[in-house]
Design a protein around this ligand. Structure first.
Ligand SMILES: C[S@@+](CC[C@H](N)C(=O)[O-])C[C@H]1O[C@@H](n2cnc3c(N)ncnc32)[C@H](O)[C@@H]1O
Length: 278
C-alpha cells in the first residue's frame, strides 16, 4: 500500500455539506493549475526527510504530495472524500507513503512539525477556530504556512461574480478571503485561544491562469466550481446559466494581462508563515 487510511475524525455537518459541494464540480482540473502554489508553500514550510507535515484542506493532495517527494512524513486531511480518493490515487501512482484523513480544519489530529494549508482552511466556517486548531496540532517550535486568496485579487472578483447567481452564504460566515487579509490572519494566530503562535510573517504572491479565450476560461470556471454545478438546474431553468458564463467571460477580459490571442490572469494570494513558540 502506498497510502494508509486512518479513521475519519467525524466531519461536522457543515463540513459534510461543504464536501458535497466541492465534489460537485471538476475541482481536480483546477487543482492541477494550483500546483505552483503548493510548491511555494512547501518551500516556505521548509521540510526535510523525516519532517512530519499536515496538509489541511488538502483536496487532491498537491501540498502533501510535494512534501512527501522531499521525504516528509505527510498527512493530508480534507472533508471531501471524492478529492481524497484522487489524492490517494496520485500517491499510489508515485509510490509515495502519504496518510489521508477525512476531517475538517477544526477536527485535526496528531502533532506535526509543519501544518500547511493551500486555499483549504480558508473554507472552514469559523476561521478563529481553524487557526487555533492548526496551532494546537503544530509541534512547539514548528511552522504553520497558509496560502489564501487576497480580498482584492482575481479569485475574490470571480467569487463576487459567481455569488450573484448563488444562494446567499450563511449570515455569520465571513468571506473566505479574510484569510488573504494579513491583519486578520495576524489577529487570529496571535489570539489567546490560538495559544502560542509567535512570529507571523506575511507576503503576497500570485499564480497565473491562462486559457485560449475568455469563453473557454468561463466554461472551465463553471465546470470546476462545485457550488455552481450544484445550482445548475435552477440556473438553467431561469435562463441565468448563459448570463453567468457571459459575466465570467467579461471578467476574464477585464483582468486579462496579455493582449492578443488567449487570456491570462494573475490571481494574488497571501502567504502567511507562523512560527509556534517552543
Ligand atoms: C480550493 S480547494 C483547495 C484544495 C487543495 N489544498 C489545493 O491546493 O488544490 C478547497 C478545499 O478545502 C476543503 N474544505 C472545505 N471545507 C473545509 C473545512 N471546513 N476544513 C478543511 N477543508 C475544507 C475542500 O474540500 C477543498 O478540498
Amino acid at each position: 500500500m502506498s497510502e494508509t487510511s486512518v479513521p475519519s475524525a467525524s466531519p461536522t455537518s457543515s463540513a459534510t455539506r461543504a464536501a458535497s459541494t466541492w465534489a460537485a464540480g471538476d475541482y481536480p482540473a483546477m487543482a492541477r493549475r494550483l500546483v505552483p502554489v503548493a510548491d511555494r508553500v512547501i518551500a516556505a514550510a521548509g521540510v526535510a526527510p523525516g519532517t512530519t507535515l499536515l496538509d489541511v484542506g488538502c483536496g487532491t493532495g498537491n501540498a502533501a504530495l510535494a512534501a512527501a517527494r522531499l521525504g516528509a512524513v505527510a498527512t493530508g486531511t480534507d472533508p471531501t472524500p471524492e478529492l481524497l480518493a484522487v489524492a490517494a490515487r496520485r500517491a499510489r501512482e508515485e509510490g509515495l507513503p502519504v496518510t489521508w484523513q477525512e476531517a475538517s480544519a477544526d477536527r485535526l489530529t496528531g502533532v506535526h512539525d509543519r501544518v500547511v494549508s493551500v486555499f483549504g482552511a480558508m473554507y472552514a466556517p469559523d476561521p478563529r477556530r481553524a487557526a487555533a486548531s492548526m496551532v494546537e496540532h503544530c509541534a512547539p517550535g514548528g511552522r504553520i504556512v497558509s496560502a489564501a486568496w487576497t480580498p482584492d485579487g482575481f479569485m475574490a472578483a470571480a467569487s463576487r461574480a459567481m455569488g450573484r447567481y448563488l444562494p446567499p452564504p450563511p449570515p455569520d460566515a465571513g468571506p473566505p478571503t479574510h484569510w488573504g487579509d494579513a491583519d486578520k490572519v495576524r489577529e487570529w494566530f496571535a489570539a489567546p485561544e490560538a495559544g502560542g503562535a509567535t512570529e507571523i510573517a506575511t507576503s503576497t504572491d500570485h499564480v497565473r491562469l491562462a486559457f485560449a479565450s475568455p469563453i473557454e476560461a468561463a466554461e472551465f470556471w463553471v465546470r470546476t466550481a462545485g457550488h455552481l454545478q450544484a445550482e445548475r438546474r435552477r440556473l438553467e431553468a431561469s435562463g441565468a446559466w448563459q448570463a453567468l458564463h457571459h459575466d465570467l467571460a467579461a471578467l476574464f477580459t477585464e483582468w486579462n494581462r496579455t493582449p492578443g490571442s488567449g487570456v491570462e490572469v494573475e490571481s494574488s494570494y497571501l502567504l502567511a508563515v507562523v512560527t509556534r513558540s517552543v
